[in-house]
Design a protein. Structure first.
Length: 713
């Protein structure tokens, strides 16, 4: 019988057990460890909820940190052990099913909030103790002579037994008394401490108001002050404290002594610095992370007049191949080595390198002449990547693509700068990679427009923003209209009518070409039915509709069934449809790719090989392709615009036509613009043609008008 997996509550209790065992030895509670574990269980449940909530609740995490103080975990070591447990085990036991990287990042933020809540609660408790001590001191100094001995004994007990450091000095700064806690904090004996003066404890990091407040207090102008202050210990280390200094007056109200209360915050400060470092630096490479980089970039962009910035946005070429072939551990070592090399490239003042995530890095330079500096920085980065990186006995060559943005401060936001750099980097990658490119506002605008069109495509299809224009196919022998090619257009709300070259590549890239192509096919077949109802389909050559198929549609498994369904719903025979496939899409096509075309051809659908003559297909391959029409590319007709036409081009066309007819293929020519071209193509034996000489693409009614003219003329 297999054991059932632990439920969430079991894992939560296991985390609480680990937490209690780590922290219990450094608490001052009178509870037993199981009782202490029971106190921590609801706190663990609150942490688990903060970890898994959609919106991060920093206040709840702070409340858990404050609750530790209420549970008598006041020793800084208790906080340190708590944070170590949270860092190591909270995600492991309470983060099942979530995005581990996101949960780790959230855990780091949670630790920071817990430390802050712990510090605030401990400070509040300490201040309460300090106030009680100060009041006790004042009462001890001001009681009547009859109770002086008892009051002094109480004060001495508080003075010696307090966990915080206490010192008393006269108004000239001579140190009169110190307690044992203060001697431990400074690492000095009581006698050594009392040999000094208050002003001997100055430190370079003292706040500007520190000694002004001190002077006001000893002059009797203020009763107390509170601030954070650093002290040097004899061994050269720094002691950080929360310092409260109060003025003690005699019975007549005359200033007499000063009382200093010190809480050692060194460990807490170091912990906060560590958490701040972890929150602003990449865990893998040690480089500044995205949030830290944006802070620096915002600062650079908000600099004063005359300041400029330069940004290099680097993406490694082919990094995914390293991860896929050698594993993610090898990929991580590669990223660490790249980070070290990049760090060595940016050592000048005003320069920094950061990792944005994955294999994306940025290098920033600031100053007054960044146009020259950023170019040199990009060159150093490219040179740093030249030497191969050794991983697991392999020499891996690393290359990168860099997008550079440079300009004056104050003109663009950080998001705009990074977007421009990202676009420019992808332009460098599209150009072959292993290079850097400078940002071009016009290229950025085109890329942003492309992105906008890409994101708008799905909704545009749903809103019916696409429409179809038809260009007639004319028989060169008798001038009759034999059909039309369907050409899709996009009526964009902002950009107006867009031609296919503006959006078809985007649709192919996103996969939307399949539903869009299905819609075009359905609308075109319906139009073919309307034409056949107008002209009848009993003639020798009934009107036919030509529809383009993209390479993505060719590989879609539903192509044949979709075509059959559309023809059946419209009640149109297969011979009313011709599907056009570009020559480049069929170069080297295997039997699996040709199988759906063969099935369609067997049903009676014509297959046309579009843009013939632009690729490098073997003419002998025409025998195995299920095509019935060759559509010569418009480049052949363009060569016939001059008179006389180039005899070599004429012989090429004549040879293609002869070959096609020998294989029982009809020949259609695109781009006919003049009567001379049409006549020349007729003489060469071409069958049908299309182009502006006959008609530009237009609504279906125009084809109806042309057909009527053909029928009457």
């Amino acid at each position: 019988m297999t054991a059932q997996p632990d439920g969430p509550e079991d894992r939560l209790r296991r985390f609480a057990t680990i937490w209690s065992r780590a922290v219990f030895p450094v608490t001052t509670t009178s509870s037993t460890r199981p009782e202490f574990e029971a106190e921590l269980l609801p706190l663990a449940r609150r942490l688990s909820q903060v970890l898994r909530e959609r919106a991060f609740d920093a206040e709840e995490a702070k409340a858990v940190g404050a609750a530790l103080v209420d549970a008598h975990c006041t020793d800084p070591e208790a906080l340190s052990r708590t944070l170590d447990c949270v860092d190591a085990y909270l995600v492991l036991y309470c983060g099942e099913g979530g995005d581990q990287e996101d949960l780790r990042a959230r855990s780091a933020r949670m630790q920071h909030a817990m430390a802050a809540g712990f510090a605030q609660a401990l400070r509040a408790r300490t201040l309460a103790e300090q106030e009680a001590i100060a009041q006790a001191a004042l009462r001890a100094q001001g009681v009547v002579a009859a109770a002086l001995h008892a009051s002094e004994a109480r004060f001495r007990a508080v003075f010696e037994g307090a966990a915080i450091g206490i010192g008393i000095a006269d108004l000239d700064g001579n140190i009169l008394q110190v307690n044992e806690a203060l001697t431990r904090m400074f690492g000095l004996t009581d006698q050594k401490l009392r040999q000094g003066k208050v002003r001997d404890w100055t430190h370079p990091d003292d706040a500007p108001q520190t000694w002004r407040l001190y002077d006001e207090l000893v002059r009797g102008e203020r009763e107390h002050y509170h601030l954070e202050k650093a002290f040097y210990r004899p061994d050269g280390t720094v002691l950080w404290t929360n310092l409260t200094v109060s003025l003690l007056r005699d019975a007549d109200g005359v200033p007499q002594y000063q009382l200093a209360l010190m809480e050692d915050t060194t460990e807490r400060r170091l912990l906060n610095l560590r958490l701040r470092y972890e929150a602003t630096h990449d865990a893998l490479t040690g480089l500044p992370n995205r949030s830290f980089f944006f802070e620096r970039l915002e600062k650079a962009l908000n600099a004063g007049a005359g300041q400029r910035f330069g940004l290099c946005y680097l993406d490694l070429d082919g990094f995914k191949t390293v991860n896929d072939s050698l594993g993610h551990a090898a990929g991580d070592r590669l990223l660490v080595e790249v980070a070290d090399r990049l760090q060595a490239c940016a050592t000048a003042p005003g320069e920094m390198v950061a990792r944005l995530g994955g294999d994306e890095f940025v290098a920033l330079t600031t100053g007054t002449d960044t146009a020259h500096e950023v170019d040199e920085l990009a060159g150093r980065i490219m040179n740093a990547l030249l030497a191969p990186i050794g991983i697991d006995g392999r020499e891996i060559t690393v290359r990168g693509s860099i997008g550079i943005v440079e300009g004056p401060a104050g003109e663009r936001s950080a998001a705009e700068v990074l977007r421009s750099a990202d676009i420019t980097m992808y332009r460098a990658k599209s150009a072959g990679g292993n290079r850097y490119e400078l940002a071009d506002p016009e290229a950025d605008a085109r890329a942003i427009t492309r992105h906008g069109l890409t994101t708008a495509l799905p909704a545009a299809l749903e809103r019916g923003e696409f429409f179809i224009e038809y260009q007639p196919l004319v028989h060169l022998g008798d001038g009759s209209v034999r059909g039309a090619e369907a050409l899709v257009r996009w009526l964009h709300p902002q950009h107006g009518v867009l031609s296919p070259d503006r959006f078809i590549p985007l649709a192919e890239h996103t996969g939307l070409i399949v539903p869009l192509g299905r819609w075009v096919l359905e609308q075109s077949v319906r139009q073919a039915r309307a034409w056949r109802e107008l002209y009848g389909d009993g003639g020798a050559d009934p009107l036919r509709i030509n529809v383009n198929l993209s390479p993505c549609q060719l590989t879609h498994p539903g192509l044949v069934q979709d075509t059959v369904d559309i023809l059946e719903r419209a009640g149109v025979a297969p011979d009313a449809l011709c599907l056009e496939v570009t020559e480049s899409a069929l170069i080297g096509a295997d039997d699996d790719l040709l199988k759906p075309l063969r099935r369609l051809a067997e049903m009676g659908v014509d297959i046309a090989l579009d843009d013939f003559g632009t690729g490098y297909s073997n003419l002998a391959n025409l025998r195995r392709l299920p095509v019935s029409v060759l559509k010569l590319d418009r480049s052949f007709t363009q060569s016939m615009q001059q008179f006389p036409a180039d005899p070599v081009d004429l012989r090429i066309v004549e040879g293609i036509v002869s070959l096609a007819h020998g294989l029982d293929l009809a020949v259609t020519v695109e781009g006919v613009e003049t009567g001379a071209q049409a006549e020349q193509l007729r003489v060469l034996g071409c069958d049908t043609a299309q182009g502006w000489y006959y008609a530009r693409p237009g609504p279906p009614e125009r084809l109806h008008q042309l057909a009527l003219v053909d029928a009457t003329g």
